[in-house]
Design a binder for this molecule. Structure first.
Ligand SMILES: C[S@@+](CC[C@H](N)C(=O)[O-])C[C@H]1O[C@@H](n2cnc3c(N)ncnc32)[C@H](O)[C@@H]1O
Length: 281
């Protein structure tokens, strides 16, 4: 590979990546690729543009750029992504945790809980974060994908909560035992029709089963709420992430399941993002 300076590589890479994913995202992703490969901070990169790109780091940056040009999400290329201030390992078997899901975390943490279940845990982002934030809580986390659960187990170890987390491979509640004072889930909720319109980063690279249950996008909520009765302790809370236009439908599913105090909560952009409800005490 021909020797080049950091700045020259960044300009040439931007000219290749911007037409594919847009200038703003390309600039952001290239900054992250440079930080990953050089180990430099953003500030050091700013003043080090004239320095030679170390050959080994340059080869890694070229490989990451080539992967990004195929529309692979940067989080998968790096193999880790930040969620609620912690770094989570990711693979092609796990959804990349989205900042939207931090709304669910804030709501879960707004009241006490001792025993929680996270249905469809993926990378473990929700369960591991809640355990890390509440040192005396215990959790059960489940997923239909054993490969995702393997990643969740490593994330639990990475954040020191493995001893308080049980992991189970299950289709929603099937085969799960226990009574919980907090039930949380970010299930697949994109409708079949909307899924077809998502970006290639999502449809080509993230697990389809993590994003859409097919049909109208609501079947996971129906399954979760239908089986919830035997598992929610008196006075316990249930919180699920939703798509922006699903508030009324999911709130109706909550009420049909007998939950009270059902509310739709916005995220920081004002979009409906979480439905909450609780069992009578
Ligand atoms: C939207 S992802 C959420 C992942 C993670 N909780 C997060 O918020 O980043 C949905 C997860 O539900 C899992 N899933 C899909 N269908 C399931 C089912 N029938 N039973 C259990 N988990 C399921 C998927 O494998 C995926 O990991």
């Amino acid at each position: 590979m021909t020797a080049t300076t950091i700045g020259a590589w960044q300009r040439a890479a931007l000219a290749r990546l911007a037409p594919v994913i847009g200038a703003d995202e390309a600039a952001r992703d290239l900054r992250l690729i440079l930080q990953q490969t050089t180990g430099w901070s953003a500030a050091r990169l700013g003043i080090g543009a004239a320095e030679l790109f170390p050959p080994e780091a340059l080869a890694r940056a070229e490989a990451m750029l080539a992967a990004r040009l195929t529309r692979q999400p940067l989080a998968q290329i790096i193999g880790a992504w930040e969620f609620y201030g912690r770094s989570f390992e990711l693979t092609r078997d796990t959804l990349v945790p989205r900042p939207d899901t931090e709304t669910l975390i804030d709501l879960a943490l707004s009241a006490p809980f001792a025993r929680l279940v996270d249905l469809g845990t993926g990378s473990g982002a929700i369960a591991v974060t809640l355990l890390a934030e509440r040192a005396d809580a215990q959790a059960l986390a489940s997923d239909l994908s054993q490969s995702a659960l393997d990643v969740a187990a490593r994330n639990a170890a990475r954040h020191g909560v493995a001893a308080r987390l049980a992991l189970r491979c299950a289709d929603w509640w099937q085969g799960l035992d226990g009574l919980f004072d907090l039930i949380v889930s970010n299930p697949p909720y994109v409708s079949e029709a909307d899924y077809a319109m998502l970006a290639p980063e999502i449809t080509r690279w993230e697990p389809r089963a993590a994003l859409t249950p097919g049909g109208d996008g609501l079947s996971a909520y129906r399954s979760i709420l239908a089986g919830m009765g035997a598992h929610l302790a008196p006075g316990g809370r249930c919180l699920v992430e939703i798509g922006a236009d699903q508030g009324p439908d999911v709130a109706a599913i909550f009420r049909q399941a007998g939950l009270v105090d059902v509310r739709v909560h916005p995220d920081i952009n004002g979009k409906a993002r979480v439905v909450s409800g609780r069992a009578n005490a």
